[in-house]
Design a protein around this ligand. Structure first.
Ligand code: HEM
Length: 507
């Protein structure tokens, strides 16, 4: 094969993108990529343009950097497959037998079919349950907060969201110590999750300390004999259970491992995303005031009073109309999400792109979109490092038109992936985060008590929502009824009776 070298890139066959091979045998550019994928990709784009291939740990990954070309990758789902890759990675990470080996005919399709329970009417039902469970947990955890209570924010989000999601999806653990059982599962989950980036990078679990033991213990919680004791779980989990029962070759442990994988999918990203939503709001007083105002007006206009118990109900339409809250959530998702959308070429073929561009691909090559680059593109988002809570609002309505170089973009925000690999839980995730922030701000005065910057921990770049590099303390206190009444509202209006302890600079 004719090759020639230009800078560090090698050009292979005509029509194939430049290849950055790296000089380390097998690893190629893996170390630089893992260190800071975002910077690495931007550097290569500057040197080589919008399409290039990188050799990463034995794989050849072709990155398509131009967002106008995304659509050509996304719609080509026949030649550019996703499930084989996802199956390999997930089965290894969560310890169930791979689906694609022919042993479990149609299992993948059957599981996909029941994602319908995360949309439409079933979504309304599951969202209602989540709202109720969130309120129960807030009440159980926070109803004594007549004076300021201080907690660490990530820990708080994790504790509330994990338990509420767990009960909503899998059901309530009926034992007297139900909360304790779920917190034990949560603590193990956190330990497992800390190893997730290493597992995703194909590092053998045996090299990851106690991870293997913790994973096994977690999976054991989801054995049928335990799950049947949990009460009031969701239709989606029940339907998954019913499907697994039809596959005799799937052992009890394997089924439990599938349930555990679904748990990970449902909270692994939602918890850090909730953290960032809350953190950015507390960091930006104007954003906090606008979102709180929107929440108070909704409560007021629907005549929902604060009583001794939590009984707020929000319809789908009401959740949908919280445009400031949604914009603030989208903005934090833009800033903290870093998922790589991968497809695998099923044959040698030429991928046709806009502007008569063509990319020669070989069977087994990986194609990747890396939307974090789009999310942080100054041509699309002015001052992309700045949190602007109302970025996704225009004339009081949701803004869905974004431009690059004067052209309208089809894809401008992709925290939930794209096309065939798009997250089936995205609507629930948005509802859950909205409900969490809604209840927090409707019920409490909330403020930061530490003046430190929290940064993104880049160790799971490419894998989803990034975690914070440190946790940060905040405090909360039940909002006063007195203030509310003085203003003639039936709900709080959002100002604490106490002045803030210090004024935080806007980041
Ligand atoms: C902020 C929260 C969330 C984010 C950012 C997120 C993001 C994603 C992304 C990017 C993918 C695709 C992964 C890939 O391309 O390899 C995905 C897949 C998935 N997500 Fe989510 N997700 C969130 C919440 C949820 C929730 C709440 C659920 C379920 C209740 C869920 C269930 C799933 C499942 C089952 C898959 C795998 C789909 C498949 O089999 O193809 N996710 N998620």
């Amino acid at each position: 094969m004719d090759t020639f070298v230009f800078s560090e890139a090698v050009y292979l066959k005509t029509g194939e993108p430049p290849l950055i091979n790296g000089w380390i045998p097998y690893l190629g550019m893996a170390l630089l990529f893992r260190k800071d994928a975002f910077k690495f990709l931007l550097d290569q784009q500057k040197k080589l343009g919008d399409i290039f291939t990188v050799h990463i740990a034995g794989r050849y990954i072709t990155f398509i950097m131009d967002p106008f070309q995304y659509v050509y990758v996304i719609r080509n789902s026949k030649q550019l497959e996703f499930h084989e890759f996802a199956d390999k990675m997930a089965s290894k990470t969560f310890d169930y037998p791979a689906l694609s080996k022919g042993k479990f005919p149609d299992l993948k399709e059957n599981l996909h079919r029941i994602y319908q329970y995360l949309q439409g009417k079933p979504l309304d039902i599951i969202s209602d349950h989540m709202m109720k469970n969130l309120q129960d947990i807030f009440e159980w955890k926070c109803s004594q907060a007549t004076d300021w209570e201080t907690e660490k924010m990530y820990k708080f989000c994790c504790s509330v969201m994990f338990e509420a999601s767990f009960i909503t999806l899998y059901g309530r653990v009926p034992a007297a110590d139900g909360h304790k059982v779920i917190s034990e599962i949560r603590d193990k989950f956190i330990k497992f999750d800390a190893s997730f980036p290493y597992l995703a990078a194909n590092i053998p679990i045996e090299l990851l300390g106690a991870t293997k033991k913790v994973r096994k213990e977690l999976i054991h919680h989801f054995l049928l004999q335990n799950m049947t004791k949990w009460l009031g779980g969701s239709k989606v989990v029940q339907a998954r259970q019913d499907i697994f029962e039809k596959y005799e070759l799937l052992g009890d442990y394997d089924k439990a491992a599938h349930h555990f994988a679904f748990l990970w999918a449902s909270v692994g990203n939602t918890i850090p995303a909730t953290f960032w939503a809350m953190y950015y709001l507390l960091r930006h007083p104007k954003a906090l005031a606008a979102v709180r105002d929107e929440i108070d007006h909704l409560l007021h206009s629907t005549g929902q009073k604060r009583g001794p118990t939590y009984n707020i109900h929000l319809t789908r339409e009401q959740l949908d109309n919280l445009v400031y809250l949604e914009s603030a959530l989208n903005e934090s998702l833009r800033m903290c999400s870093s998922s790589m959308n991968i497809r695998i070429s099923q044959e040698d073929f030429v991928l046709k792109l806009e502007g008569n561009q063509e990319v020669g691909l070989r069977k087994g090559d990986w194609i990747a979109l890396y939307p974090q680059i789009l999310h942080m593109d100054p041509e699309v988002y002015e001052d992309p490092k700045e949190y602007k809570f109302d970025r996704y609002i225009e004339n009081g309505k949701k803004k869905t038109t974004f431009y690059k170089a004067g052209r309208k973009l089809k894809y401008f925000l992709m925290p939930f992936g794209s096309g065939i690999s798009m997250c089936p839980g995205r609507f629930l995730a948005m509802n859950e985060m909205k409900m969490f922030i809604f209840l927090l701000l409707a019920r409490f005065d909330v403020e930061l008590v530490e003046n430190k910057a929290v940064r993104l921990d880049n160790s799971r770049m490419g894998l989803g929502i990034l975690l914070p590099d440190v946790d940060i303390a905040f405090r909360y206190k039940l909002r006063s009824l007195r203030k509310r009444k003085a203003l003639g509202l039936e709900v709080d209006i959002g100002c604490s009776d106490m002045p803030p302890r210090f004024v935080l600079p806007e980041l």
